[in-house]
Design a protein around this ligand. Structure first.
Ligand code: ADP
Ligand code: ZN
Length: 740
C-alpha cells in the first residue's frame, strides 16, 4: 500500500472517504459536512481549505464522523486541502465551544478569535548572513579592509551587523559581495532561548515567600484551581507570580501572563528578563503577522514557554499549559465589548479548568466577583497587606472643592499647587491625574449656547488641540473647529468647557514655567515603542511633572514619584452605573498607589466635591474592607453578580421606531417564554445609556436571574420565539454586561 499513514479503520473503509464537519469563521453557528480527500487522514482541529459556494474558504475540522457514516441525501463536496500549520488543540476547541454557548455568539464568530489565516501572511524574508570566501577583493580600500577584519573570527554576520561593527556603510559590504570576497548564506531559524527558572530568583520577603510557596504547590499539583493574589500596590505581587511561573517551567509546562493593556507589558518584559534571563513572547495587536505566526507555532509545539499579552493571547494553541496569570484582574479592559462579548478573566478560568492548570488572579483591588469567590473558598486567597521593603503606603488627603475651588477656568486648587511646589523643591516627581483625553470635553457658543454634538452619536464632541479637531470618542467622527458658531454665526464666541489633559497641561506650564513636564494619554502616544521610551524617561526622572489619563494610573513603577494629585476624583461616580463606586474605588486606589514606590514616602491628594462619599471615606481612612463589605452587601441585595446573573439584549438600528418595535417584540417574547424557576425578571426595553451610536438607535432589555438558572437557555428561547428583525436591525446579546 502507498499510504502507510492511514489507520486500520481507514484501510477497512477504503473507497468510502471519511466525512468531516467543518466550521468556517463566519458569523454562523452551523458546521458543514465534507468528504475528506482519499489521501488525507483528517483529524479534528485541522485547518483546511474548502470549496464554499463559488469560492474557496478556510475552515477548521470540528468533528470526524465515524467510519461508514453517511450524511442524508446531498452529494458532499470534498475538502480541497489541509494547511501546513498547527491544528487547533482539543482544549482550545472545547474553550471556543464553551464561549459560544455561554455568550450566545455564533460558533463561527468565536472561531475567529483563535484562527489565523495562513494565506494572509506576507512572504517571509529569509534571514541572511555574509561569510568570507577567502578570496581577496580586486581593490582593497581601508573601509573594505576594516569590514573583512571585523568578520575575522566569526562564521557569519548579518550585513547590517557587520557594517555597524566595522563602522562602514552597507554599500561597502555589498561591494565585497559583488567582488566575490563575501558570500551570502541563508541561516536556519534558531530556536528562541528558553526562560531559565533558576536564572535570578529574588530574595522574597516573608509575606512573599509564604504566598509563593503556596502558589508553587498549586502549580506543581497539576490540577485546576484558582488563587486570588490580593496585595496592596507595591507589595511585590509580580515577584510572587514569577515563582509560580518558575514552577510551571520546572514542570515542563507553559505559562500565559495576561495584562489588560499593551502599555503595561513594556515594563513587565524587562522585569521578566531580569528574573528569567530572556524576555517572554509578546502577543498583542501591535506584533507583526510573521512574529505572531512564530508564536502561534511555538505555543503549539511547546517551544515557546511563556507568553504575555492582552486578552487575545488566551486563544493561542498552547499544548501544555501549566499556569495562567491574570494581572490586574479587576480591569474592565478584560471585557470585550464588540463581536463576541466575553470577559477574558472569566474565560481564563474556564480555560484553566479545561487544561487542568492553575489560574492566578492578581490585583490590589480585586473585582467583587473574585473577592466573593475567594471569601467563599472557591478560590484560594493570598494576601500581601504591606508594601515590599518597609515602604509605606501613600498618605491620602482630600480637598473639598466646594470650599477650595480653583479660580475660574483653572482646575488645580491652591493646596494641591502648594503640595506640588514642595514636591518639586525636594527634587521629586508629581503626577496630575485626570481621566479625560483631549483639551475640553465640551465646546459651546457663548452667544447662543450651541453645543457641538456628534452627528452620529448622542454625545458631545471633544476638543483635541494636539490633533486640531473636534472628535467623537464613541465613533471617531472628527471635524475642524470652525471660527464662527455654526448656529448663530457669531465669530470668536466658541469656548471650551471643562478640562481635558491637554488643557491641564497648559495650566501646569503656566504654574510651573520651565519645569520639564510630559502629558501621557493614549491619543498622544505614538505606538507601544514610543510609549515605552516615554515611560522609561519618566521612570528615569527626565520629567518632573506628569499629566496623565488612566494610561499612567496602573501597574507602572516610577520610583521618584511622590505626589499624586487626582484632579477630579468624582468623575466616575455620577454615571448612574451600579459599578460606578467599585470602579472609582479601584481607579483611585491604583493611581494613588503610584506614589512613594521608591525610597521617599508618597502622598496623594483627592480633589472632590463629595468628600463624605463612601468611596472617599473608605480610601481616606484606609478601610477598604468596609468598602468591600458594603459593596458586596449591596450587590447581594440587588441580586447582581456574583449573587445573581444578568444579561442584556441590545437592539440597534438606523430607524428609531422600527428599532424600538423590535425591542418590544423581544420583551413580549421574554414575558411569554416559560420561566420554570420563576426567578427571571425582564426589564425594559429602554433606551440604552448612549441612545445613539454611529447613527444607530439603541434599545436595551435586561434579564436578571438567580445564579443557578439556565439564563442562556432562556435567552435562546426568547430569540427563537421572536421573528427575524427588519433589515439593518442588529440584535446583540451581552451576558454579564459590565456597565448597565
Ligand atoms: P505590585 O505588582 O504588587 O504593585 P511590584 O511587584 O511591582 O508590586 O513590586 C513593587 C516594587 O518592589 C518593585 O520595584 C519591585 O521590583 C520591588 N520588589 C518587590 N519584591 C521584591 C523582592 N523580593 N526583592 C527586591 N525587590 C522587590
Ligand atoms: Zn460619534
Amino acid at each position: 500500500d502507498q499510504k502507510p499513514a492511514l489507520a486500520a479503520h481507514d484501510e477497512a473503509q477504503a473507497g468510502a472517504p471519511a466525512i468531516v464537519d467543518v466550521l468556517a469563521p463566519l458569523a454562523l453557528d452551523m458546521v458543514w459536512s465534507y468528504l475528506a480527500p482519499p489521501d488525507l487522514a483528517l483529524a479534528a482541529g485541522d485547518i483546511v481549505r474548502i470549496p464554499f459556494g463559488s469560492r474557496e474558504a478556510i475552515g477548521v475540522v470540528w468533528a470526524v464522523h465515524p467510519p461508514g457514516a453517511t450524511v442524508g441525501g446531498r452529494k458532499l463536496k470534498t475538502v480541497s486541502g489541509r494547511y501546513d500549520v498547527p491544528s487547533l488543540p482539543d482544549g482550545l476547541r472545547t474553550l471556543l465551544d464553551w464561549i459560544a454557548r455561554y455568550t450566545l455568539a455564533p460558533r463561527g464568530q468565536v472561531l475567529r478569535l483563535a484562527l489565523r489565516h495562513p494565506e494572509k501572511l506576507p512572504p517571509e524574508a529569509p534571514r541572511v548572513a555574509v561569510a568570507a570566501t577567502g578570496r581577496l577583493p580586486a581593490r582593497l580600500t581601508p573601509a573594505r579592509r576594516r569590514a573583512l577584519a571585523a568578520l575575522d573570527g566569526h562564521d557569519a554576520m548579518s550585513r547590517k551587523g557587520l557594517a555597524v561593527a566595522a563602522g562602514v556603510s552597507l554599500a561597502v559590504i555589498n561591494g565585497l559581495i559583488d567582488d566575490g570576497s563575501l558570500e551570502t548564506r541563508v541561516l536556519p531559524d534558531t530556536p528562541a532561548p528558553a526562560p531559565d527558572p533558576e536564572f535570578a530568583p529574588a530574595a522574597l520577603s516573608d509575606g512573599q515567600a509564604g504566598a509563593a510557596a503556596s502558589l508553587r504547590a498549586a502549580v506543581a499539583d497539576g490540577q485546576f484551581g484558582v488563587t486570588l493574589i490580593e496585595g496592596v500596590t507595591g507589595s511585590g505581587k509580580t515577584e510572587v507570580f514569577f515563582e509560580a511561573i518558575a514552577e510551571a517551567l520546572r514542570q515542563g509546562r507553559q505559562a500565559l501572563v495576561m495584562m489588560p493593556e499593551i502599555a503595561l507589558t513594556a515594563q513587565f518584559l524587562d522585569r521578566f528578563a531580569a528574573r528569567f534571563g530572556v524576555r517572554p513572547a509578546e502577543w498583542h495587536s501591535g506584533v507583526s503577522p510573521r512574529q505572531r505566526e512564530r508564536i502561534h507555532a511555538g505555543a503549539a509545539s511547546g517551544e515557546i514557554q511563556v507568553v504575555t499579552g492582552a486578552r487575545s493571547a488566551l486563544f493561542l494553541p498552547f499544548s501544555k499549559l501549566g499556569l495562567i496569570v491574570v494581572d490586574e484582574e479587576h480591569e474592565a479592559a478584560y471585557k470585550q465589548e464588540d463581536g463576541v462579548h466575553y470577559h477574558a478573566r472569566d474565560m481564563a478560568v474556564v480555560r484553566g479548568r479545561i487544561e487542568r492548570c492553575h489560574v492566578a488572579l492578581a490585583s490590589a483591588t480585586p473585582s467583587i466577583e473574585s473577592r466573593v469567590n475567594a471569601m467563599r473558598g472557591r478560590y484560594g486567597h493570598l494576601r500581601l497587606p504591606e508594601r515590599f521593603g518597609q515602604r509605606a503606603m501613600p498618605r491620602l488627603s482630600a480637598i473639598d472643592l466646594r470650599k477650595q475651588a480653583p479660580p475660574k477656568g483653572r482646575w488645580l486648587s491652591a493646596p494641591l499647587v502648594e503640595a506640588a511646589r514642595e514636591t518639586l523643591a525636594r527634587d521629586e516627581q508629581a503626577l496630575f491625574y485626570l481621566n479625560r483625553r483631549g483639551y475640553a470635553p465640551l465646546t459651546l457658543c457663548r452667544s447662543c449656547g450651541h453645543r457641538f454634538q456628534c452627528p452620529n452619536c448622542s454625545a458631545s464632541l471633544v476638543e483635541h488641540r494636539f490633533r486640531r479637531a473636534l472628535i467623537c470618542h464613541h465613533c471617531g467622527h472628527a471635524e475642524r473647529r470652525p471660527d464662527a458658531c455654526p448656529a448663530c454665526g457669531e465669530v470668536d464666541a466658541l469656548v471650551p468647557a471643562g478640562p481635558g489633559v491637554e488643557r491641564l497641561a497648559e495650566e501646569v506650564a503656566a504654574l510651573f514655567p520651565g519645569v520639564p513636564a510630559i502629558t501621557l494619554s493614549s491619543d498622544l502616544a505614538g505606538g507601544s515603542e514610543r510609549m515605552r521610551k516615554e515611560l522609561d524617561a519618566v521612570a528615569a526622572g527626565d520629567f518632573r511633572i506628569i499629566i496623565g489619563t488612566q494610561l499612567v494610573a496602573k501597574g507602572h513603577n516610577f520610583p521618584r514619584l511622590t505626589l499624586v494629585g487626582v484632579v477630579d476624583a468624582d468623575v466616575g461616580l455620577a454615571t448612574g452605573d451600579p459599578r460606578g463606586a467599585e470602579r472609582t474605588f479601584q481607579m483611585l486606589q491604583q493611581v494613588t498607589g503610584r506614589a512613594g514606590r521608591g525610597d521617599a514616602p508618597g502622598r496623594a491628594i483627592l480633589q472632590t466635591h463629595q468628600p463624605e462619599h463612601p468611596v472617599m471615606t473608605a480610601l481616606l481612612s484606609g478601610q477598604s474592607e468596609r468598602f468591600y463589605a458594603e459593596e458586596i452587601a449591596a450587590r447581594e441585595a440587588a441580586g447582581l453578580a456574583p449573587f445573581g446573573r444578568l444579561a442584556a439584549i441590545i437592539v440597534a438600528g438606523p430607524d428609531r421606531q422600527a428599532t424600538e418595535a423590535h425591542a418590544q417584540a423581544l420583551a413580549r417574547a421574554a414575558h411569554a417564554a416559560p420561566n420554570a424557576s420563576g426567578d427571571l425578571v425582564v426589564l425594559g426595553p429602554a433606551e440604552a445609556p448612549l441612545a445613539i451610536v454611529r447613527g444607530m438607535h439603541r434599545f436595551r432589555l435586561l434579564i436578571k436571574s438567580a445564579r443557578n438558572t439556565d439564563l442562556q437557555g432562556f435567552l435562546r428561547a426568547v430569540l427563537a420565539a421572536t421573528s427575524a428583525p427588519a433589515a439593518r436591525i442588529r440584535v446583540t446579546v451581552d451576558v454579564d454586561p459590565q456597565s448597565f
